[in-house]
Design a protein around this ligand. Structure first.
Ligand code: IMO
Ligand code: MG
Length: 449
């Protein structure tokens, strides 16, 4: 058995939840390693749809231990609501543990998220407004409140006594907003702390034990490579480390213990919020993808920007995450176009760029996508049972994505349900990923770039 990291390759919403859920059925442990309620992971099981913001998707498997690890920003209100909703639907949540080191998103983080965005005006990032950025700011400033504090009323009081005056100074003096009252805040947090305290523990020890014991462990990525605060399109990024390396930073599991890294990529590309997006389609083709793919944010309901698949970004994601396999999703959504385009390179000032110009974000200015056009495939592929039964054009598209990425495709998805997942004929079943040799792609095909 082994440790498999699942990461988004572009700007989020790649359907990481679906693939984590698939692997989660064979996993002993599923760990969320970063981000907070800015994530929105949708999982469909039979006729039931679950929308997760914080809780790892592995919770749907009653035997799986689910950890919310050090790197996360937890909003206790949203977490308790999510747990209550799951329990009400008959999902046991007793196997969940929360890291004492995870940071707590508080009321003032949410206020500051909104106030800072409003102050930025036209340069606003288009955050999810969940207070996640300001929470990580406090983590880096060492003024954060952690789950261990929330679980200990005396310590929580001491920490807030130290931090709140500074927060109130910012709220009142910079933003002309009302100050927060310490006692009211403590009153609001008390029942949440009491409820969550029994779950708070050293998740790093639990994760390390599981990995050392050779258990099947899935690291559930949230956000995505291009939203990573260092790797992504700064400043239009989130404030954490969604990349595969974040799975180590965020959990305490060392890099030498990670076996496989799966990149989840949609058959097209989307982005929500501001920032560069070279293959964005601002015409009816983008509109068609949005409507057919229900490309509206799970967390905020915002319409997502849609465009052709950008494999310049995909190759960058392959490099920065060390991808050993990719999962291509939403082939059903791209169906029905007479032809589909894939961005293979950028061009700028007459030069072709095969590699993503990550050295400086301004290098992206003026980059135009270079497309390869391929035949489209007809609609109605949602009930295809085997990869080989997909229309030849859809199979060819998946193979081309694989070639351009330089990473083998281990799964392809034709709809949100578990059974709408196809494994290419020469690939082993998903559970074999847990026993694949460390750092080496599974299956016989290691495509040349
Ligand atoms: P999942 O896990 C897509 C984007 C926001 C915004 C930027 C910063 O569902 O893929 P933040 O609230 O994090 O400070 O916002 O990051 N963003 C996401 N976009 N999917 C997500 O998560 C995202 N999480 C954050 O839209 O542009
Ligand atoms: Mg999402």
């Amino acid at each position: 058995m082994g440790a498999v990291v699942v990461v988004g390759t572009h700007w989020g919403d790649e359907a990481k939840g679906k693939f984590v859920d698939l692997l989660g059925q064979d996993a002993d442990v599923v760990i969320r390693y970063g981000g907070g309620p800015n994530a929105g992971h949708t999982v469909v099981v039979d006729d039931q749809t679950y929308k997760f913001h914080l809780v790892p998707c592995g919770i749907l498997n009653p035997k799986t231990l689910c950890l919310m690890a050090d790197g996360m920003a937890l909003d206790p209100e949203i977490l308790v609501k999510e747990l209550d909703e799951l329990e009400a639907r008959g999902i046991r949540t007793a196997n969940l543990r929360l890291s004492a080191n995870a940071h707590v998103v508080l009321t003032y983080h949410k206020q500051l998220d909104a106030l800072e965005e409003a102050a930025k005006g036209e340069r606003a990032l288009g955050t999810t407004g969940r207070g996640v950025g300001p929470c990580y700011v406090d983590k880096a400033a060492r003024t954060g409140i952690r789950m261990g504090d929330l679980a200990n009323p005396q310590r929580l009081k001491e920490r807030l006594e130290a931090v709140l005056p500074q927060k109130n100074a910012v709220l009142t003096k910079i933003y002309d907003a009302a100050p927060l009252d310490l006692n009211a805040l403590l009153e609001q947090l008390r029942p949440l702390g009491e409820r969550l305290a029994p779950l708070v523990t050293d998740t790093s020890a639990l994760a390390s034990e599981a990995v050392a014991a050779g258990k099947a462990v899935v690291f559930e990525g949230a956000q995505a490579t291009m939203l990573d605060i260092d790797t992504g399109t700064y400043p239009y990024v989130t404030s954490s480390h969604p990349v595969a390396g974040g799975a180590c930073i965020g959990t305490g599991v060392p890099p030498t213990k990670i076996d496989q890294v799966l990149g989840v990529v949609k058959a097209y590309t989307t982005r929500v919020g501001a920032g560069t997006f070279p293959t964005e389609l601002l015409d009816e083709r983008g509109e068609r993808i949005r409507e057919r793919g229900h490309e509206y944010g799970t967390t905020t309901g915002r319409p997502r920007r849609c465009g052709w698949l950008d494999t310049v970004v995909l190759r960058f994601a392959a490099r920065t995450n060390g991808l050993t396999g990719i999962c291509v999703g939403h082939l059903d959504v791209l169906a029905g176009f007479p032809t589909v385009s894939i961005c293979t390179m950028y061009q700028k000032n007459g030069h072709l760029l095969r590699d993503f110009p990550a050295g400086d974000v301004s290098l992206l200015d003026g980059c135009e996508p270079v497309y390869e056009e391929m035949p489209g495939w007809p609609e109605g592929i949602g009930n295809v049972a085997r990869f080989e039964e997909l229309p030849p054009a859809a199979q060819a598209y998946v193979r081309r994505v694989e070639e351009l990425a330089g990473v083998p495709v281990v799964m392809a998805s034709i709809g949100p349900r578990r059974d709408q997942t196809l494994v290419p004929p020469d690939m082993p079943p998903p559970r074999a990923l847990f026993s694949a040799p460390r750092g080496v792609p599974v299956g016989p095909r290691v495509p040349a770039r």
